[in-house]
Write a protein that binds this ligand. Structure first.
Ligand SMILES: [Zn+2]
Ligand SMILES: [Zn+2]
Length: 487
């Protein structure tokens, strides 16, 4: 069976993803019973077992795959050079050089992956210790402490990205994204080193860095250049470690053998190879295309992560809502319409929100009356959400029952409209009742807010004549109804 590098990479990365998900699942689901320290120890044991298993899988993978990647690149280079009539030098020490190169690359990869699993194991342990200490300081009743502590641990581990791995350069990675980066970068590195050593085995001193379009600012000044491996060919710069691809994580550049006689533009290549590295040679169009490609990758990653949460039955509701918003925004950003499963799941999410938010349409306003408070009012509809109704019932008992019958009339035909000095885009609708006055705070829906929303009642209660006079004397009114008998 032919060797499929991409498939191998995908396999290892999906193992890391499953391991990561498994750790989160254990943290969320493990039942909190018995002693805190016992619970902590048991949980850590389970997490460590998963991390250890990942390390073992990784070791196996590295042993099988890195050698194959290396051999494949070495063989390709050898075939290419042989076909040109270039012969392998009789230098038996190269067998050892190849083996040592494979060992070094493999060891680096194993170390890098172990950094991540060890880091995460330590982090989880730290969170437990910290939460434990905090709680001891607070001296809560025993039963209560227990649930609180577990809740805290879960929250800290999930919310604050504590399960993310911070690499030596301070960048944050999710375990599977990090494994993917390490794997891709290492396989590129194995291929580059294999090419390099095989060229030397054949006595060829020149290598070229491949060219890709579009490319990043780091690789742009390096790609297409020819380097002298030994540094003895004065026509080209010496190949140093910084110039040897991969240049950065996930870099796709590799080295290929360079035979000057085969290059129709040898002069031009030589000139290019000696260009300084501190200048970005890319055209504006290429920079733009590269940025767009990066954006597309970011969007694809965001969508993938959002779907992982949304399609996961066990994910908490709060996380699902966050993920749905993320998915929704990714579509808003590109102006695309969600399709298929995404469309279905986003519709579910909107329906759910509507169900939570929209209790009833309570009436209509005349937007012109509110112009001084907010320009660009986009709708005359007024709604009351479940959340606000709850607020009114709890904070102003009895008011809803008393005022509901007059709502529609008050909105349509207010006696006064006051400016709300604390809240933006909000007006106070005053309606005179037989005894007192209705005070209704109304949030206005303008063009610069989330589209699709309606004007919405914030709060509702009765105020006395005296208090109303106070507002009017202060000059808060922006609209006063003219009584017919005063015309
Ligand atoms: Zn690059
Ligand atoms: Zn690159």
């Amino acid at each position: 069976m032919p060797f499929d590098e991409e498939k191998q990479i995908q396999q290892l990365v999906s193992l890391y993803r499953r391991g990561f998900e498994e750790i989160l699942r254990i943290i969320v689901e493990k039942e909190a019973k018995g002693q805190w320290t016992q619970y902590w120890r048991d949980l850590l044991l389970e997490v460590r077992a998963i991390l250890q298993q990942l390390d073992q899988y990784a070791d196996q993978w590295i042993e099988q795959t890195i050698g194959q990647v290396y051999s494949q690149a070495a063989a390709q280079t050898a075939v290419f050079l042989s076909q040109l009539g270039i012969e392998k030098l009789a230098r038996p020490e190269f067998a050892q050089i190849h083996q040592r190169a494979i060992d070094v690359v493999a060891q680096n990869m194993a170390d890098n992956l172990r950094d991540a699993t060890q880091f995460i194991g330590r982090r989880i342990n730290d969170v437990f210790r910290r939460v434990g200490l905090e709680q001891i300081g607070r001296k809560l009743a025993a039963g209560q402490t227990w649930q609180d502590m577990k809740q805290k641990v879960v929250q800290q581990l999930l919310d604050r990205g504590q399960t993310a791995f911070v690499d030596r350069l301070g960048r944050k990675w999710r375990l599977d994204a990090y494994a993917s980066m390490v794997t891709r970068t290492t396989t590129r590195e194995a291929a580059s080193v294999a090419t390099l050593n095989t060229c030397q085995e054949f006595g060829l001193d020149l290598v070229r860095i491949t060219t890709h379009y579009p490319t990043c600012e780091k690789c742009a000044s390096l790609q297409g250049k020819v380097y002298s491996i030994s540094g003895r060919d004065s026509r080209y710069p010496k190949l140093t470690d910084e110039r040897r691809p991969p240049i950065h994580p996930n870099c796709r550049h590799v080295l290929v053998p360079y035979v000057r006689e085969l290059d129709d533009n040898a002069e031009e290549t030589e000139r290019l190879s000696n260009q300084p590295l501190d200048r970005d040679p890319r055209s504006e169009a290429e920079k733009q295309t590269y940025a767009e490609m990066r954006d597309a990758v970011t969007i694809a990653t965001n969508r993938k992560r959002a779907r992982e949460v949304l399609y996961n039955e066990a994910a908490p509701l709060e996380d699902k809502l966050k993920a749905a918003r993320k998915l929704q925004r990714s579509y808003e950003k590109t102006g695309q319409k969600p399709k298929g499963r995404d469309a279905a799941i986003l519709k579910q999410y909107r329906d759910w929100l509507d169900e939570q938010n929209l209790v009833k349409r309570v009436g209509h306003i005349e937007p012109k009356m509110f112009e001084v408070i907010a320009g660009n009012i986009t709708t005359n509809e007024v709604v009351l959400t479940k959340e606000r109704l709850k607020h009114i019932m709890e904070k102003h008992p009895g008011e809803w029952e008393a005022l509901e019958p007059y709502l529609a009339q008050a909105l349509k035909d207010p006696d006064y409209i006051l400016r709300d000095k604390k809240r933006r885009n909000t007006g106070i609708v005053i309606k005179k009742l037989e005894q007192e006055n209705m005070f209704l705070a109304l949030r206005l829906q303008t063009a610069d807010e989330m589209p699709g929303r309606k004007n919405s009642i914030i709060t509702l209660f009765r105020i006395s004549e005296k208090r109303l006079k106070g507002y009017l004397l202060r000059g808060d009114a922006v609209y006063i109804k003219i009584k017919p008998d005063k015309i």
